[in-house]
Design a protein around this ligand. Structure first.
Ligand code: GLN
Length: 550
């Protein structure tokens, strides 16, 4: 059952994918919250994977882990960053998830002997999930982004489920179509025809958009607004102009200029409440776009680079954003250079890293580039360049320390070398069964876990508290059998699980190195524009100090 009077805004894509539906969804969420209405942002991924955890980041971008541990699409990361709030498992769904529930129910005779069909059973399961997302918290409005483009085979049931919801609650459900208006170079003129086609296709589903967000290289002028309005049966002031801009964080400010927020409330029959101006947001946007801010040169040493620059930034999206937020907080401008770990391996040297103010080795899996990453870490340690290791980047930092300081030449992780002589990083006990049983999906140590921080450490100083909670995604851990020896050799485990068995943060004392710290968790997943992550801020502050000296 739907929560009484709950409002739904479905965001659909017309013409083509990749034009910023996710950013529009996040921005609509932010704008409505600013109008005093708590919002839920929901992502629908039409693929058959049950979650986003099994997909290669070079193809699909980063896997964003929710607090609950659900592995989701990177759009969920944007949603959380815009709302400055954690989202729940109910806020995410894939076709795989939906079909899995239907099939499980069928196997336990849950359909009372009926023939189970895509329509109505799968569709009804989708509607149920839309309603479940609405019901799980105090939100007044759900903004639901349906992945893919209108006309796709895969998302048709999700659109139909939204139509059913509209049929049941005509005043409570509206549709935004995010469309693309090309400006062909040969013509130099913006063309509306593809959008008209997309709308008529959507009409054939029995759905009429209430708004069209017109994405383009240029702003949409009044004449074209009129043209789209007439052809698509929509008021001209509900055609919203959304030209390309530098930063996604400017999008809500732009949509506000076109009064999308007021129009939305009107169509949803919601009274105007007290608006909280986006002052802090605006300040952040200004700070992050300040071309005069001093530059910090950050190198990210990774391996998910194979499909070129375009995808590469997606694979590490949250890391990039986390850097941006902390840089803006410090009044700096971070420029990121991607260093392929395989190149360092080939050159047998990380000397090219000397010109950077800070080095990051982010999360990863498998063998590719691993020796290059370890070499980069050694370089950062010996040359006293600020270093931040994220998950794999922490495990490899400890391996590097064991190899070169403890002189355990064959120190390794059993992820790569099953029978390593010195397995500094080893599979977690409860993970063994998953590897042998090949039950890989959704079985890592996932989601938020608490950790205690040691007094007098960099970590404790950054967080300014003893108990933290951070999100995880790993199967391997620092081998407890080596902890004593590593500590005696100078490494500090400044954060541990409450029972003291899992090493959550490793660092070197400030007296030895300006900033050398790695986390078993992924701090980047909780970094937000209005709440930059303290570890990233501390890392960049150390980078800035180096930058000044350099
Ligand atoms: N591959 C490592 C593990 O599974 C690190 C994972 C990561 O970086 N997210 O433990």
């Amino acid at each position: 059952m739907s929560k009484e009077g709950h409002k739904y805004i479905f965001v659909l894509g017309g013409v083509m994918s990749g034009v910023g539906k996710g950013v529009v969804t996040s921005s609509v969420g932010l704008l409505l919250e600013q109008k005093g209405y708590p919002v839920n942002l929901v992502k629908v991924d039409p693929y058959l994977n049950v979650d986003a955890g099994t997909m290669n980041p070079t193809e699909h971008g980063e896997t964003f882990v929710l607090k609950s541990g659900l592995e989701t699409d990177q759009d969920m990361g944007n949603y959380e960053r815009f709302l400055n709030r954690d989202l729940a498992s109910e806020d995410y769904m894939t076709s795989g998830m939906v079909y899995q529930s239907v099939i499980n129910r069928e196997r336990s005779l849950g359909y009372g002997g009926k023939c189970v069909e895509a329509v109505p059973h799968v569709r009804d399961e989708i509607t149920r999930r839309y309603e479940a997302a609405a019901a799980q918290n105090g939100a007044r409005i759900s903004v639901v982004e349906i992945g893919g483009t209108i006309g796709d085979f895969q998302n048709a049931l999700f659109i139909d489920a939204a139509r059913v919801l509209k049929m049941r609650h005509p005043d409570d459900v509206i549709f935004i179509m995010v469309s693309y208006l090309p400006v062909p170079g040969t013509l130099g003129e913006m063309k509306t025809r593809p959008t008209q086609h997309a709308v008529s296709q959507l009409n054939s589903y029995g759905v009429q958009p209430d708004f069209i967000v017109a994405r383009s290289t240029h702003a949409v002028d009044a004449r074209r607004k009129e043209k789209i309005a007439a052809a698509c049966n929509i008021a001209p002031d509900r055609v919203i102009s959304a030209p390309d801009i530098k930063s996604i964080y400017e999008v809500p400010l732009n949509l506000e200029k076109d009064h999308l927020d007021d129009e939305l409330l009107e169509v949803l029959h919601l009274p105007e409440k007290k608006t909280v101006p986006l002052t802090a947001w605006r300040k952040f946007v200004q700070a992050s776009n300040d071309p005069k801010a001093p530059e910090l040169k950050i190198a990210i040493v990774g391996k998910y680079f194979d499909t070129g620059d375009f995808v590469l930034s997606d694979a590490y999206l949250s890391v990039i954003e986390a850097i941006k937020f902390s840089a803006a907080k410090l009044g700096k401008r971070a420029t990121i250079t991607w260093i392929n770990a395989k190149e360092i391996e080939k050159n047998k040297s990380a000397a090219s890293l000397a010109g950077y103010d800070g080095i990051i080795v982010p999360g990863g899996f498998g063998e590719t580039g691993i020796e290059g990453k370890i070499e980069a870490i050694r370089f950062a340690r010996e040359k006293k360049i600020p270093y931040l290791g994220l998950c794999y980047g922490m495990q490899l930092m400890v391996i590097e320390y064991a190899r070169n300081v403890l002189k355990l030449k064959n120190a390794h992780t059993t992820e790569i070398q099953k029978n390593a002589e010195d397995p500094i990083v080893d599979i977690m006990l409860e993970q063994k069964k998953h590897l042998s049983g090949k039950t890989y999906g959704g079985t890592m140590r996932l989601g938020a876990y608490p950790a205690y921080l040691k007094k007098g450490t960099i970590a404790r100083g950054a967080y300014k508290k003893e108990l933290i909670e951070e999100r995880h995604r790993h199967r391997y851990e620092i081998n407890q059998l080596y902890v004593d020896r590593l500590e005696k050799a100078g490494l500090v485990f400044s954060g541990t699980s409450p029972d003291g068995t899992l090493m959550e943060i490793a660092e070197l004392p400030k007296s030895v190195h300006p900033f050398m710290l790695g986390t078993q968790f992924h701090p980047e997943l909780q970094a937000r524009p209005l709440a930059p992550h303290p570890l990233f801020t501390e890392f960049l502050a150390a980078a800035a100090a180096r930058g000044k000296k350099r």
